[in-house]
Design a protein around this ligand. Structure first.
Ligand code: BGP
Length: 496
């Protein structure tokens, strides 16, 4: 095996999916706090009061009706409110990560814990101190924090009152938040990611389309929103990168994208071209701006196709993008998809999974393809394009776990998922890829982002909490915990 010395092995979570304590410590609400739980077939809903004060709900991908206000409805359970209560359990969790031998822990800072509404000029001290204690605890065990500044949790106030990321003003609010993070945690944190899975906005439109059956006009409107919002986020990211470097030249700041790794279904040239274009829209659109510092030529075609040539993009913005390129490219990798211009007989299905089914792959209980070779393919393709250090900051298997009578959890399926993925990383490294780290997703069980479930478990550490919010929150070690500990101790040599 070929993992370099100092390879950053670890695990990853996000504040809204682990912390809980949604209204403690001066924290304000985020959109995830008005989002209900769902299942593999039932969507998560966002709850609101309509303009006449009547409660209602929409699929999380739909837009709020005119005049409606986000609302925490007492008739529903909101899984992110409690999550797995890491806010109160962080010492215990970090001790378990240390026991596994983690070199790095990827986590995010809840924006509304630092800026409850998002508009405040100075941060909520209690929030600032909370994360300081978490970082100090990690340092105690020589675990390097890798911090995502934004992980799907814009303060609700900014969403409700300012229209969220459709509003240019959000750039300044985000930059203030990011600057606070860089300043307060200087010397404690040096690895940063500006936006989690920033590309989901355009990568998910086909999936949303399958779900909501949009007309061409609705689809174009969706693209316009996505491209405008992305532009503001990309500018915010570029500004944050520059500020982060100015505050501490040691800072290593990365982008973070989801991997819509698509294959053509056939060797029909039309399928090949469509696949290439899907990579452009779903991955290179954002990746190129982050790494190269500007929009690539194909973007003009995309804007034209969706009638978006008049987006709000200024010369100053373009200068910011050019000056704020990232130091590393990080990404989540779970599965791959299939693209075709032909009729599809068998669809992939499941949550967040669309397009044709790949007959060469197995699928998880949530309909995600299991494709370690795709991870090698993606690593090599991305490194070939960008030639900067890469890190895989999410990879894992959402699965049902069974707790035996003696409390043990035999999750051999999780080990069987990870082993070939780690071998795939190793092959990519042998092929010249500069891969510097690997943080598995949900190193501890977390609330699923896509379905809001607890039963879709990813962790090496089990948390006694169910989908209705019942459970003791007790932590226990699954079989995979001991396995991953061995993997780290042997720097990826011992995968048995
Ligand atoms: C990514 C998110 C994570 C995480 C993961 C698994 O999109 O960055 O927050 O949740 O996917 O997805 P899910 O929770 O839907 O299984």
């Amino acid at each position: 095996m070929s993992f370099p010395q100092g390879f950053l092995w670890g695990g990853a979570t996000a504040a809204n999916q682990v912390e809980g304590a949604w209204n403690e410590g001066g924290r304000g609400p985020a959109k995830t706090d008005v989002t209900t739980g769902g299942t593999v077939s039932e969507p998560r809903y966002i709850t609101y009061l309509d303009k006449d004060g009547k409660p209602g709900k929409i699929n999380q991908f739909e837009r709020l009706p005119e005049g409606a206000r986000y609302y925490v409805n007492p008739d529903y359970y909101y899984p992110n409110h409690k999550a797995v209560d890491q806010y109160h359990h962080y010492k215990e969790d970090i001790a378990l990560f240390a026991e596994m031998g983690y070199k790095v822990y990827r986590m995010s800072i809840s924006w509304s814990r630092l800026f409850p509404k998002g508009i405040e000029k100075t941060p909520n001290e209690e929030g600032v101190e909370h994360y300081r204690k978490v970082f100090q605890e990690l340092r105690k065990y020589d675990i390097e924090p890798l911090v995502t500044i934004w992980h799907f949790d814009t303060p609700l106030y900014l969403e409700q009152e300012l229209g969220g990321w459709q509003n240019r003003e959000l750039i300044d609010h985000y930059v203030r938040f990011a600057t606070t993070c860089f300043t307060e945690y200087k010397g404690l944190v040096k690895y940063w990611l500006t936006f989690n899975e920033i590309n989901n906005e355009c990568a998910f439109i086909d999936m949303v389309n399958e779900m909501l059956h949009m007309t061409k006009e609705e689809e174009d409107a969706r693209y316009r929103e996505a491209y405008q919002l992305l532009h503001y986020q990309l500018v915010a990211s570029a500004k944050a990168v520059q500020i982060g470097h100015a505050i501490d030249s040691e800072n290593m700041i990365g982008c973070m994208l989801s991997t819509a790794c698509a294959y053509p279904m056939t060797c029909d040239p039309a399928d090949i071209l469509k696949t290439e274009h899907s990579w452009e829209n779903a991955i290179f659109y954002c990746g190129d701006v982050h790494v190269f510092g500007g929009y690539s030529p194909f973007v003009q075609r995309l804007w034209r196709e969706h009638g978006c040539e008049d987006l709000d993009i200024t010369e100053e913005d373009l200068a910011e993008l050019a000056a704020g390129t990232v130091d590393m490219y990080t990404f989540s990798y779970y599965s791959s998809g299939v693209v075709t211009t032909h009729d599809v007989t068998e669809k992939a299905g499941g949550n967040m999974s669309t397009g044709a089914k790949n007959p060469y792959l197995q699928y998880s209980d949530w309909g995600w393809s299991l494709d370690p070779t795709g991870m090698q393919y993606f690593l090599e393709k991305i490194y070939d394009r960008y030639r900067i250090p890469l890190m895989i900051v999410e990879n894992g298997l959402g699965a049902y776990d069974t707790v035996e009578e003696d409390g043990s959890i035999h999750d051999q399926y999780r080990i069987d998922y990870y082993r070939p993925h780690i071998q795939a990383m190793s092959r990519a490294i042998e092929n010249g890829v500069d891969l510097i780290g690997y943080t598995t997703w949900g190193c501890i069980d977390v609330v699923s982002a896509g379905t809001g479930e607890m039963r879709k478990r990813y962790g090496f550490i089990y948390v006694d909490m169910d989908d209705e919010g019942k459970g003791s929150m007790a932590r226990s070690r699954k079989d995979s915990f001991f396995w991953y500990k061995k993997v780290i101790a042997s720097n990826g040599e011992d995968l048995d």
